[in-house]
Design a protein around this ligand. Structure first.
Ligand code: ADP
Ligand code: ZN
Length: 431
C-alpha cells in the first residue's frame, strides 16, 4: 500500500493529536481577521480554553450569510495583497461568496487533491483531462493543480464542446478524467452517436462529483465509458474539491481529517446527531492560512459511515451527499429530496439520462410533475406501452416519496442541459 503522504495512514490517535495542534493554530490565525476577532469577542470566547477537537462545540458556527456579510475581505487574516488567488462559489444557491488562498493554501490544496487521485491509482504516467469549467469555479484549477502535482500530463479541456472533448480523449489516449456526473451522461449521447466505443478510448478512472448523484448514476457512467468512477466531494469554502474522496472500495468518501475537522449536526438544533445519523456537515479548516473557517455550516446532508474501511485509512467516511438542507422540497407537508426521485427513476431500465422535477400550483394545491427522458429503444409509438411505463414510474415514486406525481415521458436528450451543475428542480409555485 503506497501512501501519498505521511498523514494518509495516521491512526485515530495520531489524527487527534494533529487536529488539536492545528485547531489551536487555526483559531489564533482566525482571531487576526476582522470578522472572527469581532465574532469571538461578541461570543465571549476564550481561545485558551479550546485545546482540542472536543472543545469545538464551544465555538460559534459560521454560515454562508456570514461569508456574504464579510464580503469582500473581512475574513482575511492578512491583507489581500498577501494572498495569491481567489475563487468564488458557483452560486448554485444565492449570491456568490469569495475565498482567498495564500501560496501555502494553494500548495496544500494541490497536495490534498493529489492525495485523492493517488488513492484511487492515478499515477504520473496517466494522462488526465479536466472537463469541468475553469475560471472562478474551483473544480477547474483545483483539480488541475492536483493532477499536475502528481505529475500527470494534464489537459485543461474545460466544460462543454462535446465533440472536442471526445477527440481529445481519443487522440491523447486519456486515461483519467474529471467530469460532472450529469455532463458525463450528456456526453455519452454524443459519444454513442460518433461511435467512440470504450475500445477506441483508453479510459480507466473518472473523478465524478460537484453535484449529488445516486449509485445508479455512477454505475451508468462506469458502464458507458468502461472505467471506475470515484465520488469526489468538496466546496469552495473548504478550498474546493479534495475535501473527501472515495477509496478503491467505493464505499463512502474519506474526509481528510488532518486538514478538516468534520461534525454532523441536527440543522434545527445545532447539536451533534447520534453516531451514524444523517445531518448537516459542519467543517472547520485546519490548514488554511489566508481565510480559515470555523465550524462552517455546509448545508450538505450526510452521515459518518460506521466501522473501519477495508483500506485501513482511519480518516472517517462520509456517506454519499443526499442533497443540501435547502434543496429539500416541501410538498403537501411531505419532505422530499431530489435524490429520492433520482434513485427511483434510475432503477427503471427504460429511463434515459435526464429528468426534471417541476413544482406547480393549481389553485391552492401544490403538485409535482416529473419530466422523464425515455431511452430511444423504449420510446415507441404504442401509447399503451408508454402509459404502462408512466403508471409504473408513478407508482414507484409514490412508494418512495408518498406523493402522487404526474409523470411526463419525453424523448431522450430533450430536456435542457447545463454544462455545469444540473438543475434538477424547477419551482413554479410562486411565479
Ligand atoms: P455552490 O455552492 O455555488 O454550488 P461550490 O462549487 O462550492 O458552489 O459547490 C459545492 C457544493 O456542491 C457542495 O456544498 C455540495 O452541495 C455540492 N457537491 C460537491 N461535491 C459533491 C458530491 N460529490 N456529491 C454531492 N454534492 C456535491
Ligand atoms: Zn477506504
Amino acid at each position: 500500500m503506497t501512501a501519498y503522504c505521511s498523514e494518509e495512514y495516521l491512526s485515530r490517535d495520531g489524527l487527534r493529536q494533529l487536529q488539536s495542534i492545528r485547531l489551536r493554530t487555526t483559531l489564533a490565525r482566525a482571531a487576526r481577521s476582522p470578522f472572527y476577532s469581532q465574532r469571538f469577542a461578541e461570543c465571549g470566547i476564550d481561545l485558551n480554553a479550546i485545546t482540542g477537537p472536543d472543545d469545538i462545540t464551544r465555538l460559534p458556527f459560521t454560515t454562508k450569510d456570514d461569508l456574504r456579510s464579510a464580503y469582500p475581505d473581512r475574513m482575511l487574516t492578512r491583507p489581500a495583497s498577501d494572498m495569491l488567488r481567489l475563487h468564488a462559489s458557483s452560486g448554485t444557491t444565492g449570491s456568490a461568496t469569495v475565498i482567498y488562498y495564500t501560496r501555502n493554501d494553494v500548495d496544500s490544496w494541490a497536495d490534498l487533491m493529489a492525495r485523492c487521485m493517488h488513492m484511487v491509482g492515478v499515477r504520473p504516467e496517466d494522462t488526465f483531462q479536466n472537463m469541468s469549467g475553469y475560471g472562478l469555479f474551483t473544480g477547474g484549477l483545483g483539480i488541475h493543480y492536483g493532477a499536475e502535482r502528481l505529475g500527470c500530463l494534464t489537459i485543461p479541456a474545460g466544460a462543454g464542446n462535446s465533440k472536442r472533448q471526445l477527440k481529445l480523449l481519443e487522440d491523447f489516449q486519456v486515461s483519467v478524467i474529471h467530469i460532472i456526473p450529469s455532463y458525463a451522461l450528456h456526453l455519452s449521447a454524443t459519444k454513442e452517436e460518433l461511435g467512440y466505443t470504450p475500445e477506441r478510448l483508453n479510459l480507466r478512472i473518472a473523478l465524478i462529483g460537484a453535484e449529488p448523484h445516486t449509485e445508479a448514476i455512477r454505475q451508468r457512467i462506469e458502464d458507458v465509458y468502461g472505467l471506475k468512477a470515484y465520488n469526489s466531494y468538496g466546496l469552495s469554502e473548504m478550498n474546493g474539491p479534495g475535501v473527501a474522496f472515495e477509496c478503491v472500495h467505493q464505499n463512502g468518501m474519506h474526509i481528510w481529517e488532518d486538514a478538516y475537522l468534520p461534525e454532523i449536526i441536527d440543522p434545527e438544533t445545532g447539536e451533534h446527531v447520534a453516531e451514524g445519523e444523517t445531518g448537516e456537515l459542519v467543517i472547520t479548516t485546519l490548514c488554511r492560512e489566508g481565510m480559515p473557517l470555523i465550524r462552517y455550516r455546509t448545508r450538505d446532508l450526510t452521515r459518518f459511515l460506521p466501522g473501519q474501511c477495508p483500506c485501513t485509512r482511519a480518516h472517517r467516511r462520509l456517506d454519499r451527499i443526499m442533497g443540501r438542507s435547502d434543496d429539500m422540497i416541501i410538498l403537501k407537508g411531505v419532505n422530499i429530496y431530489p435524490m429520492q426521485v433520482e434513485k427511483v427513476l434510475m432503477s427503471i431500465p427504460e429511463v434515459g439520462q435526464n429528468y426534471l422535477i417541476v413544482l406547480e400550483r393549481e389553485g391552492y394545491l401544490d403538485q409535482m410533475r416529473v419530466k422523464v427522458e425515455v431511452k430511444e429503444e423504449f420510446f415507441v409509438e404504442d401509447m399503451r406501452v408508454l402509459k404502462a411505463l408512466q403508471a409504473r414510474i408513478s407508482s414507484r415514486l409514490r412508494d418512495e416519496i408518498l406523493i402522487t406525481a404526474r409523470v411526463d415521458l419525453v424523448e431522450n436528450n430533450s430536456l435542457p442541459k447545463s454544462e455545469g451543475k444540473a438543475q434538477r428542480v424547477l419551482d413554479l409555485r410562486n411565479g
